[in-house]
Ligand binder design. Structure first.
Ligand code: AQP
Length: 339
């Protein structure tokens, strides 16, 4: 079995700089990245190559890439503990992605829910091939680092399964090359739903006004969006998987993901309260999460040169590992080594 050569299991994850990060990105991914950073050998990248699977404005993409990296640190990642880097700074991601694309059956790719959802929003003729091949690039990201664990929201679980299947296919065809990764979802907050439509996942690229709380939202605006969240005509405040109770369930989930309290304690706390009280409590804990995070973020963005030095260090450290894995995969696949 191939594995990373260190003592600690390795972690790899990333977020696309395809817009402003939401509390969904924070609760589903970033928060657990921070929680596990001292326990594991962690690599976190800004996945800009993934962002271009839908059209991006070049200046905005550059800007959002910097902002995302700053947000990782503002959320609590310590660059001296976690390796933070930009995906496109390491060419091995694109190179391995091509090799894996050639091994990925179209049938598997067409079954991916994210592809079906995102391609349904475009006309058939204009859907980019990158959107279909997204999971092969994600597999390359993970396999390059021999990652054991991948902390993500549950919308990415299918891509993780795909990564495992593709790694097995490669190992079977060309000999043991890649480590099979496991998914790591947070106990609460693995799928935060839209505040305006609690049956759809909260997404950073969804542009309806009250859909998402962004990490950089003005605090009053964040509070307002939560106070306007869709609920229902019932009165009881409890966790529920019923579709018509999805709004209240989502508010309770946000509350739980932030406070880490048990479901029973939360339901007892709200037993004699109304939806207005629930919304106020959720707004309070969201705002107290955002406030220090925003302060740190603006500090970092104003600290000239700091972010670049973090990303340079990350590139060097991650690049060395990625290059070694790529070389081994190329050798195993039969590429002639340059003399
Ligand atoms: N609503 C969510 N609830 C919990 N986790 C979420 N994540 C995203 N939305 C939620 C997690 O955030 C990480 C980064 O996601 P991504 O940016 O790489 O892609 P995504 O899953 O497609 O996220 P978005 O916000 O919906 O982006 P766009 O709108 O650009 O497609 C992943 O771990 C994801 O699970």
């Amino acid at each position: 079995m191939v594995s990373n050569s260190g003592n600690k299991p390795r972690v790899l994850s990333g977020i696309q700089p395809s817009g402003n990060l939401t509390i969904g990105n924070y609760l589903g991914a970033l928060k657990q990245w921070v929680e596990v950073q001292r326990q594991f050998d962690c690599f976190y990248c800004v996945v800009d190559l993934h962002a271009i699977t839908v059209a991006q404005n070049p200046d905005e993409l550059r800007q959002k890439t910097r902002e995302s990296a700053a947000m990782y640190i503002a959320a609590g990642l310590d660059p001296e503990v976690s390796t933070i880097f930009v995906q496109s700074h390491i060419a091995a991601h694109s190179e391995l992605a091509w090799m894996l694309t050639c091994m990925a059956p179209l049938g598997w790719l067409h079954r991916m829910t994210q592809f079906k959802d995102k391609s349904a929003k475009q006309s058939q003729e204009s859907i980019g091939a990158g959107l279909l091949n997204y999971p092969s690039l994600m597999a390359a990201d993970i396999l390059l680092y021999h990652a054991d664990l991948v902390p993500v929201g549950d919308d990415q679980n299918q891509h993780l399964e795909f990564t495992r299947d593709l790694a097995q296919r490669f190992n079977h065809a060309y000999g043991e090359t890649f480590t099979l990764p496991s998914v790591m979802n947070p106990e609460a907050g693995a799928r935060i739903m839209g505040l305006d439509n609690p049956t759809a996942k909260m997404s950073k690229s969804e542009d309806s006004e009250n859909h998402a709380v962004f990490l950089l939202d003005d605090l009053a605006a964040a509070r307002r969006k939560i106070m306007r969240a869709v609920t229902d005509s019932h009165r009881e405040i409890r966790f529920s998987s019923e579709r018509e109770r999805a709004g209240v369930n989502n508010l309770l989930t946000i509350y739980q993901a932030i406070t880490d309290e048990s479901s029973a304690d939360i339901e007892a706390h709200f037993a004699d309260k109304g939806y207005g009280d629930l919304k106020r409590a959720v707004a309070d804990c969201v705002v107290s999460t955002l406030e220090p995070l925003q302060a740190r973020y603006y500090e970092l963005m104003n600290e000239k040169g700091y972010l670049d030095s973090v990303l340079k260090l990350g590139r060097e450290k991650a690049g060395a590992i990625a290059e070694a894995t790529l070389k081994r995969a190329q050798e195993n696949m039969g590429f002639l080594a340059p003399s």
